[in-house]
Design a protein around this ligand. Structure first.
Ligand SMILES: CC(C)(COP(=O)(O)OP(=O)(O)OC[C@H]1O[C@@H](n2cnc3c(N)ncnc32)[C@H](O)[C@@H]1OP(=O)(O)O)[C@@H](O)C(=O)NCCC(=O)NCCS
Length: 181
């Protein structure tokens, strides 16, 4: 299948959700979303946001024209409803056909199967349009909701990276999970 590496990631729809690339118009959502300690607790890249400019920097990072090894969809309730979370791929290695998935949902929407639904669509896009063979996920071992979600989607735990991430002076183990096409 022809690689779509130089085309934008498409918008996707599911029965209840719309996934569309984040834009700067989403800065207020991204700020309040990643300022929530419950959302940020198990995200490896950053502590909770404290400044709106940090949210804008996150969106610009995904908008960089050369940044075709990553993307981030905003997850909307309905085709054009309010955003309730984000998901996407990073570390896309086109030679070896793998990428890592990341995702986060606002806590008031947890427990309703929204992220499973969003990731179904994202993974279908990854396997069919990005020509991925393997999708990786790195998850704090304490993040039981996330591990359960991934296992429900067919991911398998392949091992533990001991003391992989250091936060506030403490080291945390991470599961490596993966799903093969
Ligand atoms: C990880 C995270 C996305 C999981 O969210 P979630 O809402 O628990 O995940 P799901 O969308 O799979 O919903 C699961 C629950 O919804 C329930 N549910 C309700 N209605 C449902 C429906 N129509 N379809 C499917 N599940 C439904 C299910 O019972 C399921 O619970 P179970 O797995 O105990 O059976 C969320 O906790 C989060 O955003 N955390 C903060 C950020 C984070 O940690 N990201 C991951 C970093 S690795």
């Amino acid at each position: 299948m022809e690689s779509l590496s130089y085309l934008p990631f498409p918008s996707l729809t599911t029965p209840r959700l719309g996934l569309r690339p984040l834009t700067l118009a989403d800065t207020d959502f991204v700020f309040q979303h990643f300022a929530d300690p419950l959302v940020a607790k198990y995200l490896m890249d950053a502590p909770p946001l404290t400044d709106r400019a940090e949210a804008e920097a996150i969106i610009r990072f995904y908008l960089e024209p050369e940044a075709k090894n990553r993307n981030r969809w905003g997850i909307a309730l309905g085709p054009a409803g309010p955003l309730i979370g984000t998901c996407g791929f990073h570390k896309w290695d086109q030679d070896h056909h793998h990428a890592e998935v990341g995702y986060d949902l606002s806590p008031e929407h947890w427990g309703q199967g929204y992220m499973a639904e969003a990731l179904h669509a994202a993974l279908d896009c990854g396997f069919a349009r990005m020509n991925l063979h393997r999708v990786d996920a790195m998850v704090y071992v304490e993040n039981e909701r996330s591990v359960r979600l991934l296992q429900k989607l067919g991911f398998q735990i392949e091992g533990i990276l001991r003391d992989y991430f250091c936060q506030d002076g403490f080291f945390y183990d991470h599961y490596v999970l993966a799903l093969l096409k």
